[in-house]
Design a protein around this ligand. Structure first.
Ligand code: ADP
Ligand code: MG
Length: 288
C-alpha cells in the first residue's frame, strides 16, 4: 500500500464531502456485494413533521410527549418537540427519570411515567392500545406515515402521526449503487412507509418492521451472501454500521454512529454513497 495513494484518496473524498474514518475502506469497499440502506435519515430526509394528533386531550398529549422527547435526538423527537413547543420557547413541564430506548423514550411528567414510541414499545410497557387507536395506527401506516403512540397510567392515550419524505434523488442513487451490487432497504417501519421502496428499480429487497436492535443481526445474516456495506444515520444504527464490512454514516449522524463508521458523508447527498465506492476502487487500484 502506498501512503501517497491513500493520502490523495482521503483528500479527494474530503473534496466531495466524504470523511474517511478508516483507511481500510479503500480495500474493502470495492469488494462489496450487498449495500444495506437504512430508511429514516438515509433514504428519507429524516426531517419529520407532526401531521396529526389523535387522543382524548390532544393538547395535553402533545405537551407531555414533547416534554419527554426534548431529551432525545431522534428525528421523530424533533418533530414532536417542534409541534409541542410551537408557541412557547420552553415547555413549562418538569421531566424526571428520563429513559431512552431504541424504539422510544419515557420520563415522569406530572407524576406519571409517560411512554412515547413504537406501538410494540408501548405494549412492552403494558400500556394497552385500544381498538380505536389501533385503527389510527393502521391508517397512518397505510398513508406511509409513522404512528407514534403515547401512554401513561396503564393504557395508551393517543397517537401522534409523524411524516417523513424520501430524498428527491434517491431513485437515481439506488440505481447507481445497484450496478454490480444488491441493494437492500432496512427499516423499523411497516406498511406503506416501507412498501413504497419495494417496486423501485435497483431495490432487490426490503426488510420492514426490523427493530433497531435487530439491524446488526440482519447485517450479519446478509454477510452469508458476500461482503456487506451498511449505510445509516446517527441515532440507532451504530451497531449495524459496526457489524458490516463497510460502515458509512450519513451526515446528520451522531457521534456514536460516526465512531462506528469507516466513512462519514457530510451533508445529505445520496450520490456520495456511490462516489465513495468509485473513489475507493480508484484509490485501491493505485495502492496495489
Ligand atoms: P428507521 O428504521 O426507519 O431508521 P429507527 O430505527 O430510527 O427508524 O426507529 C425505529 C422506530 O422506533 C421508529 O419508527 C419509531 O417507531 C421508534 N422510535 C425510535 N426512537 C423514537 C423516539 N425518540 N420517539 C418515538 N419513537 C421512536
Ligand atoms: Mg434510522
Amino acid at each position: 500500500a502506498t501512503p501517497l495513494a491513500i493520502a490523495s484518496g482521503v483528500q479527494a473524498a474530503a473534496k466531495r464531502g466524504i470523511v474517511v474514518a478508516a483507511e481500510t475502506i479503500f480495500e474493502d469497499a470495492p469488494d462489496v456485494d450487498v449495500v444495506v440502506l437504512d430508511k429514516t435519515g438515509t433514504l428519507t430526509t429524516g426531517s419529520m413533521t407532526v401531521a396529526r394528533v389523535h387522543g382524548e386531550n390532544e393538547e395535553r398529549l402533545l405537551q407531555r410527549a414533547g416534554a419527554v422527547e426534548q431529551f432525545s435526538e431522534h428525528p421523530i423527537a424533533e418533530a414532536i418537540t417542534d409541534a409541542a413547543f410551537e408557541d412557547d420557547d420552553q415547555l413549562e413541564v418538569d421531566v424526571e427519570a428520563f429513559e431512552r430506548d431504541r424504539r422510544g423514550v419515557s420520563g415522569v411528567v406530572d407524576g406519571h411515567r409517560v411512554v412515547v414510541g413504537h406501538p410494540d414499545y408501548l405494549r412492552e410497557h403494558e400500556l394497552a392500545i385500544s381498538t380505536s387507536l389501533e385503527a389510527r395506527i393502521a391508517d397512518a401506516r397505510a398513508a406511509g406515515d409513522v404512528p407514534v403512540v403515547v401512554g401513561w397510567g396503564g393504557r395508551s392515550r393517543g397517537v401522534i402521526v409523524v411524516g417523513d419524505s424520501p430524498r428527491g434523488e434517491w431513485k437515481d442513487a439506488v440505481q447507481t449503487l445497484a450496478t454490480g451490487r444488491d441493494v437492500v432497504v432496512l427499516t423499523g417501519d411497516e406498511g406503506a412507509a416501507a412498501d413504497r421502496f419495494r417496486s423501485v428499480d435497483g431495490v432487490s429487497e426490503v426488510f420492514a418492521g426490523v427493530p433497531p436492535e435487530a439491524k446488526a443481526e440482519t447485517v450479519e445474516r446478509l454477510r452469508a451472501r458476500g461482503s456487506v456495506a451498511m449505510v445509516g444515520d446517527g441515532s440507532n444504527d451504530a451497531p449495524a454500521l459496526a457489524a458490516a464490512d463497510v460502515g458509512i454514516a450519513m451526515g446528520s449522524g451522531t457521534k456514536l454512529a460516526t465512531d462506528a463508521a469507516d466513512a462519514v458523508i457530510v451533508g445529505d447527498d445520496l450520490a456520495a454513497i456511490a462516489e465513495t465506492f468509485d473513489l475507493a476502487a480508484g484509490t485501491n487500484s493505485r495502492i496495489k
